[in-house]
Write a protein that binds this ligand. Structure first.
Ligand code: PEP
Ligand code: MG
Length: 592
């Protein structure tokens, strides 16, 4: 048995068999295919070989041009493998015989081939193993498409173990196949972690070397509450985690009892409790957890895991569906936030040294009106079907906001001219997630009607701590005095101008910080649907006046650690005897 400590990314406990995803490739599971589908599998194989050949030739030409022919010779060996009839015939023969998917048959043949080569005495041949693996991986990638589709094709329930998973990988995970995951890298507010929460898949990230310590088929426990992974647990440990899982499920059930009660403090201050949505299929969970609306619809997920960009009609259909299903509750649609840790294969965005500081979100959209305007029109059109709010991500100052509004006004005029209905009073908001916006929100307030604080980014930019980097995760501190001061400034400035101030970053879903956030005066919080009932229970058990006093005290501390232990103390007093998830957290380390 081995115990590893990482970062808790998505709550819940999973116990199951590990499936390792190595740096880039999934160890391909055997997927049966019908006899009638065999010719199609052969065609897929031939197609993958043709594509691989074209890719290698392209690389070879490029290297010849840049470095000279001798450096490109290595690719001759790759091309030879693609044309090797013995291997091709072996694959086709096995495919007909076993009727398992071509990627599985090919990966097995490749293993056999390289294992045989690795044993021969000839050094030259032994060195070819790396080449063969290289080209083999390329063929597999072409066979299986984007990584996402591979995760999508699992045939048994597994705990995924990977160096990293992209948000798009996580988006296609099915809860029934992937019961949990653990990764070497990553942070608590990465979009992979956020997606795992939405999919209700327990996850631990930032474990550094989990892929080296776990083997395929090991029994693994993922504890997404405390950020612990246990490899091959002994009986007692397994039992203890099964009990913890039961407690977690029971506490969830307990909270669900108040899901339809209003989120109102004991002295009657009402807070709107909304949910964040990544994919339209989350609506059911959002409604069943009692959300009062959608405070953040991350539209970029409609653009991921596909070969082409969704056009205006397709987007309109998705937005309209969500808006109509939520009616009469409001839906806040955030315009495209690509870049950072979310990329599209079909857009070939340039690789940047600092993607979170780079060509991202509104910056990208303003440079690409041919992508931005269809989205704006689609959102405006959806607004005719229910209460819709539109919000821009990553606004850094007034100029950007005005540029976006100019395009929005163009779109309104276009629709008006064509007689296409939309809500002319559609509410417009800016996400406040860049310190420059937080410090000038009095200026922004004149040109939008609400703010939504994106703490995931605001914290990373304020503290210069990359939200997806586990190495500096200790610096990524929502309770840092700088963060609290920024929050106070945003809320006070917003309220001075009579605006509604919401928070849609992960901080809003941390039960230990709820009292302070309520006390600072937030009007709305938008979080993962599963967290709604617990946060509501906390709001319902405090007085606003007490929360205000506690928030004021919190602002006097000098370090994040002090703020956090103060917040925890109040949380513990409040939740004593109640089955809050927060109470399931293991605090031995903190007190040690
Ligand atoms: C945020 O930054 O807090 C936010 C809600 O947006 P995202 O996590 O999608 O960047
Ligand atoms: Mg953000």
């Amino acid at each position: 048995m081995k115990l590893l400590k990482g970062i808790a990314a998505s709550a819940g406990i999973a116990v199951g068999k590990a499936l390792l995803l190595d740096h880039e490739d999934l160890r391909v599971p055997p997927r049966p295919v019908d006899e009638a589908a065999v010719p199609n599998e052969i065609m897929r194989f031939e197609d993958a070989l043709t594509r691989t050949r074209a890719q290698i030739l392209k690389i070879q030409n490029q290297i010849t041009k840049e470095l000279g022919r001798e450096h490109a010779e290595i690719f001759d060996a790759h091309l030879m493998l693609i044309e090797d009839r013995t291997l091709i015939e072996e694959v086709i023969g096995q495919l007909k015989k076993t009727r398992l998917s071509v990627e599985y048959v090919f990966s097995q043949a490749l293993r056999k081939y390289t294992a045989a080569l690795a044993k021969v005495g000839d050094e030259y041949l032994r060195e070819r193993v790396a080449d063969i693996n290289d080209v083999g991986r390329r063929i597999l990638r072409n066979l299986m498409g984007e990584r996402g589709t591979r995760i999508d094709q699992l045939t048994e329930r597994v705990v995924l173990i990977a160096y990293d998973l992209s948000p798009s990988d996580t988006a296609v995970m099915h809860k029934r196949d992937v019961i949990g995951f653990a990764t070497d890298i990553g942070g608590r507010t990465s979009h992979t972690a956020i997606m795992a929460k939405s999919r209700e898949v327990p996850a631990v990230v930032g474990l550094e070397n989990v892929t080296q310590l776990i083997k395929d088929g090991d029994e693994v426990i993922i504890d997404g509450i405390d950020g612990v992974v246990v490899i091959n647990p002994d009986r007692d440990t397994r039992e203890a985690y099964l009990t913890k899982r039961e407690e977690y499920i029971a506490s969830g059930r307990e909270f669900m009892k108040i899901k339809d009660s209003p989120a109102v403090t004991l002295d009657k201050r009402k807070i709107a409790l909304c949910a964040n949505l990544e994919l339209p299929d989350e609506i059911e969970s959002i409604q069943s957890h009692g959300a009062e609306g959608i405070g953040l619809f991350r539209t970029e997920y409609l653009f991921l895991n596909r070969k082409t960009l969704p056009n205006e009609e397709e987007q309109f259909f998705s937005y309209k569906t969500v808006v109509a299903q939520m009616k009469p509750r409001p839906v806040t649609i955030r315009t495209l936030d690509l870049g950072g840790d979310k990329f599209l294969s079909q857009l070939e965005m340039p690789r940047e040294m600092n993607p979170f500081l780079g060509w991202r979100a509104i910056r990208f959209c303003l440079a690409m009106p041919e992508i931005f305007k269809p989205q704006l029109r689609a959102i405006l059109r959806a607004s005719a079907f229910g209460k819709t709010r539109l919000m821009y991500p990553m606004i850094s100052g007034l100029e950007e906001l005005r540029a976006a509004n100019d395009l929005l006004n163009d779109c309104k005029r276009e629709l008006h001219k064509k007689g296409v209905p939309y809500d002319p009073k559609i509410e417009l908001g800016a996400m406040i997630e860049i310190p420059s916006a937080a410090l000038t929100c009095d200026l922004l307030a004149d040109e939008v009607s609400f703010f939504s604080i994106g703490t995931n980014d605001l914290i990373q930019y304020a503290l210069a701590a990359d939200r997806v980097n586990e190495k500096i995760a200790y610096l990524y501190d929502p309770a840092h005095p700088a963060v609290l001061r920024l929050l106070r400034n945003i809320i006070v400035s917003g309220h001075r101008k009579k605006m509604r101030v919401s928070m849609c970053g992960e901080m809003a879903g941390d039960p230990e910080l709820t009292i302070i956030l309520v006390g600072l005066g937030l009007d709305e919080m938008s979080i993962s649907a599963v967290l709604l009932p617990e946060i509501k229970a906390i709001i319902r058990s405090i007085k606003f006046s007490t929360a205000q006093r506690i928030a004021k005290e919190a602002l006097k501390f000098r370090t994040g650690k002090e703020v956090m232990s103060f917040a925890r103390e109040h949380f513990r007093q409040l939740s004593k005897g109640k089955s809050f998830y927060g109470n399931l957290r293991d605090r031995r380390e903190e007190t040690a």
